[in-house]
Design a protein around this ligand. Structure first.
Ligand code: NAD
Length: 257
């Protein structure tokens, strides 16, 4: 049942990467608190299936937008069409993300640019459009960026990914201090290792799986649903005085020496 502090009725959230994994769980979680949701991702069929699933489980309005966020020059047009359909966005969740692993010395620029465009530049351009939309309507807003443990530390073979997520954390802080005057809260969530399609090469590797379990005090991989509580906090009235923060939802990973 919706509580007043954490309730999101009469709010609309735009969730990128909402077709599967963490983005789908967040879109559903916000809808369960009463929000209507617009979800964006690349794959139309997966997106439509996700849309039907969220509608059926939550009875919220759900709009779907098939779009490749690497196409950063068209993001403003995407945002305009989302606003035209939904009549306004109160909450922006930048969750779409991609990764390509490999030795840093061999990463080509096409790969580097793709990861930075999808994980960092698209979040920035969408946030700009969202800010102008809220500012011009004289309304508050909430932005939630999905970071990573690589906002805090590094691992070999993740140069582009870790740089994009490190950048996303600094973007979160910069926009938080700059847009506080518009009452726009900007925060991040740093998931630990969460079992999704993105991390399938990792959780299906026995040695890596053992390593993750040994580093996670709660001794399991996270589930996409584990991130919903932090997102609802940051999206709702409960988070009105929280800005410029990252909340790590990592099973204790960063607390362990
Ligand atoms: P996933 O691969 O299951 O889902 C990614 C989503 O992003 C999909 O909906 C996909 O369609 C969308 N997407 C990817 N590239 C896109 C593009 N160019 N245009 C539009 N949409 C695009 O991944 P996930 O594990 O659910 O990860 C979601 C976010 O969480 C990512 O930003 C990821 O970096 C972050 N994250 C994941 C983990 C984890 O362990 N799974 C840990 C830390 C951070």
């Amino acid at each position: 049942m919706e509580s007043r502090l954490f309730g999101l009725s009469a709010k609309t959230a735009l969730v990128t990467g909402g077709s599967r994994g963490i983005g789908l769980a967040l879109a559903k979680g916000l809808a369960n608190q009463g929000a209507d949701v617009a979800i964006v991702s690349r794959t139309e069929e997966q997106l439509e299936t996700a849309g039907r699933q969220i509608r059926a489980e939550t009875h919220s309005n759900v709009w779907t937008f098939t779009f490749d966020l690497a196409n950063t020059e068209s993001i403003e047009d995407l945002f305009a069409s989302v606003v035209a359909k939904t009549e306004g966005i109160d909450i922006l969740v930048n969750c779409a993300g991609t990764t390509i692993r490999g030795p840093a010395e061999d990463v080509d620029l096409i790969t580097w640019n793709e990861v930075i465009e999808v994980n960092l530049t698209s979040a920035f351009v969408l946030s700009q459009a969202f800010c102008r939309h809220r500012r011009d309507a004289n309304k508050a807003g909430k932005i939630i960026n999905i970071g990573s443990l690589t906002c805090h530390g590094a691992r070999p073979t993740t140069a582009a990914y870790a740089s994009s997520k490190g950048g996303l954390l600094m973007l979160t802080k910069t926009l938080a201090v700059e847009w506080a005057k518009y009452n726009i809260n900007v925060n991040a969530i740093g998931p630990g290792y969460i079992a999704t399609e993105l991390t399938e090469p990792l959780w299906s590797d026995e040695e890596f799986d053992r390593w993750v379990l040994s580093k996670t005090p709660l001794a399991r991989w996270g589930r996409p649903d584990d991130l919903v509580g932090a997102a609802v906090l940051l999206a709702s009235r409960a988070g009105d005085f929280i800005t410029g923060q990252i909340i790590y939802v990592d099973g204790g990973w960063l607390a362990l020496l």
